[in-house]
Design a protein around this ligand. Structure first.
Ligand code: NAP
Length: 371
């Protein structure tokens, strides 16, 4: 199987390469590495033998591939996918970008949840398989059991999203902001007589200074937060907030009878784990322990964290979950707000299940079908 990798040196692409190496996916394929900016140059992708990079804008070179995996970004997909299809290419297109997600020809891939729909789509000749929004995929894996049981009436999701969701440059900027804050307060911090109000004033002056590094986020994130992610839908909702309901119901094939999912998406100073506080209503009264049982058994990655302080602090945090495929969910409690309304809190690495892993597993599904 000839597999073209586009965007492999970006952030999602690098994590994909790491996972493909770890799972020995490269043993099953003949990879070709493409670039939009370094075609013709040699490179050593993820410790592999040196290769010469193909031109990711060259339709002839792309059309040699049986499968193309793109982690390059939405502009690239817009520019290349249509002309490639129009040229007669009938290979499989697997993509991390959102561009094609909601088109009728494309399937949003999250195979622990919609694996059988993916099989049906392959059988019916579909060729475009697109990874879902990171927050949506992680929420769905955490809440899988309750979706499966058909118990959910609605969900409100308040997110705490990591810098990595905005790209590699943003992760760098977050650390630069942290360093800049520390530099401003360092002298006062190290003085045994240092006053907390002086430290606080130094930090705030630094964060409000014109040269504070905000080129990528457009605002301070370290020591602060940004309650808007992605573009403005013009109705008070951000695009990130819109995706949760639209994509969840497409994955569940419930567009005609959608589950309402609403909330506010917030960028916080975490590196690469998204967290979400969920409030949800079930269609009937279920005990907290039964909710925990249903969630715990739904897939291999979700696990319930007991709703008590020590376990929550140690297990339900970005620091604990980062660089793992685990999707813990905790803080499960029946709320006093109304009948059958519950809370939960979940954390997941947005570069793994949130981005690279569904693409890698889609490639595996194609490989397994070939065998
Ligand atoms: P990224 O880190 O900005 O990388 C994208 C491309 O930029 C690279 O593949 C590379 O392509 C080029 N590039 C230019 N200078 C580079 C440098 N110094 N180092 C590495 N690459 C460089 O983008 P990304 O965050 O991986 O996102 C890619 C796509 O995935 C986007 O559509 C995004 O919306 C989607 N997505 C992202 C996430 C996420 O969490 N970040 C989650 C789900 C989906 P060339 O080799 O062609 O120059």
């Amino acid at each position: 199987m000839q597999v073209g990798l586009v965007g492999w040196r970006g952030m999602v692409g690098s994590v994909l390469m790491q996972r493909m190496s770890a799972e020995k996916d490269f043993d099953e394929i003949t990879p070709s590495f493409f670039s939009t900016s370094q075609a013709g140059q040699s490179a050593v992708p993820m410790g592999r033998a040196e290769v010469v990079l193909y031109d990711a804008n060259n339709l002839n070179q792309l059309s040699e591939m049986d499968v193309i995996i793109s982690c390059q970004g939405g502009d690239y997909t817009k520019r290349v996918h249509g002309p490639l299809r129009e040229s007669g290419w009938s290979g499989y297109w697997i993509d991390a970008a959102s561009t094609l997600r909601m088109t009728s020809d494309a399937v949003i891939i999250l195979d622990p949840i919609n694996g059988s729909d993916i099989d049906v789509a392959l059988g019916s000749g579909k060729k475009d398989f697109i990874g879902g929004n990171c927050t949506t995929s992680l929420m769905m894996l955490a809440m899988h059991g309750l979706f499966q049981e058909g118990l959910i009436d609605w969900i409100s999701t308040m997110t705490y999203q990591a810098a990595s969701g905005a790209g590699a440059q943003n992760m760098r900027e977050l650390i630069q902001q942290m360093g800049s804050i520390y530099d401003a307060a360092e002298n006062e911090l190290t003085l045994s007589s240092g006053q907390i109000l002086n430290i606080d004033a130094l930090v705030l002056d630094r964060m409000r200074a014109h040269d504070f590094p905000t080129e990528h986020f457009g605002a301070p994130l370290a020591g602060s937060l940004i309650p808007w992610i992605d573009s403005d839908m013009g109705n008070g909702q951000s695009k990130e907030e819109w995706k949760a309901q639209a994509e969840t119901n497409k994955i569940l094939r419930r567009e005609e009878n959608p589950i309402a999912i609403e909330g506010i998406c917030v960028r916080v100073g975490a590196m690469r784990c998204h967290s979400q506080a969920l409030t949800f209503k079930l269609s009937k009264s279920v005990s907290e322990s039964e909710v925990e049982n249903i969630l715990n058994q739904a897939n291999d990655w979700v696990s319930v964290v007991p709703n008590e302080k020590a376990s929550t602090i140690s297990m339900l945090s970005p620091t604990n979950v980062t660089r793992t495929l685990n999707v813990p969910i905790g803080r499960i409690r029946k709320l006093s707000l109304a009948d059958n309304v519950y809370s939960a809190f979940t954390v997941g690495d947005q570069l793994l299940w949130g981005a690279a892993e569904p693409l890698r597993r889609m490639l595996r599904i194609l490989i397994d079908r070939e065998e």
